[in-house]
Design a protein around this ligand. Structure first.
Ligand code: PLP
Length: 409
């Protein structure tokens, strides 16, 4: 959908508090009273709109946040969860039963990979990992047992961009669901506009943006969200990954400034990507022409938000990566920490952290070398100053020569 304005969609939603507060009141209760026994029964049956039963099922605060995220992702409804993994595992277990298969991108968050490779097999569900950019390999992996294709819009940590319109064509053709984790690209990409059936986020990252809580969301049709909440067979109702109302209220407030933050994250990441590339380093950033899926990215982004705040740089070896990260932290350029979307730059070596669940030979096959540093670029006001200081650190650890050429090239 051209010219989609996801930030406007969020801004258009107004919720007032009980006493005219500018923020909605927080529901500080785990259970709710009913005036009649019949209305309690109807609520259990799912036939009493506007009534609340028990907070694992739904709370006003969680519903407000869910509505705002559904508006942002252009889906009919959404259900918030206690973490991104709570959202991912619930979706997969809701759709798949014993004997079913999943086709999944091989470059995904390590926790999702571990769940699909080692955990979900306990229920007789198996996964085929593929290069998601190789569309014929994706199609070849589909069998009569396949239920869904799973990928990240922009993948962790190699920043591969999934060709969502093409994947959606494949899922339509084979009667499958396309499930997309959009954690790396909120506002930047609207997967539902590209044919995704279910869109997931770890709210822990850019959407909340203050690294003070974990959270997740599932955005989809009204029908699928109701299925997840069903008291008899709904995964979020029965597995219980429930977000606390206090946290939902906090995330909703932070969501209000996401558009401003994403523009600044993207601006800063693009600035550094161009500079590091000019310095001769191997840089992976979807905004660069050299990026493998730059054209795919251009075809699907909401351009007003840029190319996102994630940037990967290969500095040659794990030792150099560690030395550089420790020095950058000492120089207050960011923190040596996993996760992303914080005001401060965060960096980690994915091979030994967020992707360590992926066996070494598979890391090598997908192009994840051990000298890679994944940066979540912060909201620095003077990104030119940050660049100069980072370059100085790179020279001090011998990654760049004094003349700026890469010492390891
Ligand atoms: N999806 C992606 C792309 C992630 O990077 C992460 C966590 O790092 C998750 C999902 C899991 O989210 P959470 O940590 O909120 O459970």
């Amino acid at each position: 959908m051209k010219n989609f304005k996801p930030a406007d969609k969020i801004q258009d939603l107004q919720y007032f508090g009980e006493f005219g507060g500018v923020n909605p009141s927080i529901s500080d209760s785990s259970t709710y009273t009913f005036l009649t026994a019949k209305s309690m029964f109807d609520t259990f049956e799912g036939n009493a709109d506007g009534c609340y039963l028990y907070s694992r099922h739904a709370t006003p605060s969680n519903l407000y946040l869910g509505q705002a995220l559904a508006a942002m992702e252009n889906t009919e409804a959404a259900n918030v969860t206690a973490s991104g993994m709570g959202a991912i595992t619930s979706v997969l277990l809701q759709i798949c039963s014993s004997g079913d298969e999943i086709v999944c991108s091989r470059t995904i968050y390590g926790g999702t990979y571990a769940f699909l490779k080692y955990f979900i097999s306990k229920f007789g569900i198996s996964t085929r990992f593929v290069d998601i950019n190789n569309l014929s390999a994706v199609e070849e992996a589909i069998t009569s047992k396949t239920k869904l294709i799973y990928c990240e819009s922009v993948s962790n940590p190699l920043l591969e961009v999934a060709n969502l319109p093409a994947l959606s064509e494949i899922t339509r053709k084979h009667g499958l669901k396309l499930v997309v984790d959009n954690t790396f690209a909120p506002l930047v990409i609207t997967p539902a506009n590209c044919g995704a059936d279910i869109v997931i986020h770890s709210l822990t990252k850019f959407i909340n943006g203050s690294s003070d809580t974990v959270g997740g969301v599932i955005c989809s049709t009204r029908e699928f969200i109701d299925e997840l909440r069903n008291v008899n067979n709904g995964a979020t109702m029965l597995l219980g990954p429930t977000m606390d109302s206090l946290r939902a209220a906090g995330i909703l407030k932070n969501l209000r400034t996401l558009h401003v933050r994403m523009k600044q994250h993207s601006y800063n990441a693009m600035y550094l990507a161009e500079k590091f590339e000019q310095d001769g380093l191997r840089v992976i950033y979807p905004g660069l022409k050299s990026h493998r899926s730059h054209d795919v990215m251009n075809a699907i982004i909401n351009p007003q938000f840029g190319y996102g705040g994630m940037l990967t740089v290969d500095v040659g070896s794990l030792d150099k990566a560690n030395e550089l990260m420790e020095l950058m932290q000492k120089e207050n350029l960011g923190y040596l920490a996993v996760s992303l979307g914080f005001y401060k730059t965060l960096f980690s070596a994915p091979g030994t952290s967020t992707s360590s669940e992926i066996p070494l030979e598979e890391q090598q096959a997908m192009g994840l070398s051990d000298g890679m540093i994944r940066f979540s670029i912060g909201l620095d006001e003077n990104i030119d100053k940050t660049y100069e200081k980072m370059k100085d650190c790179m020279k001090r650890v011998g990654i760049l020569k004094e003349t700026s050429e890469p010492a390891l090239a």
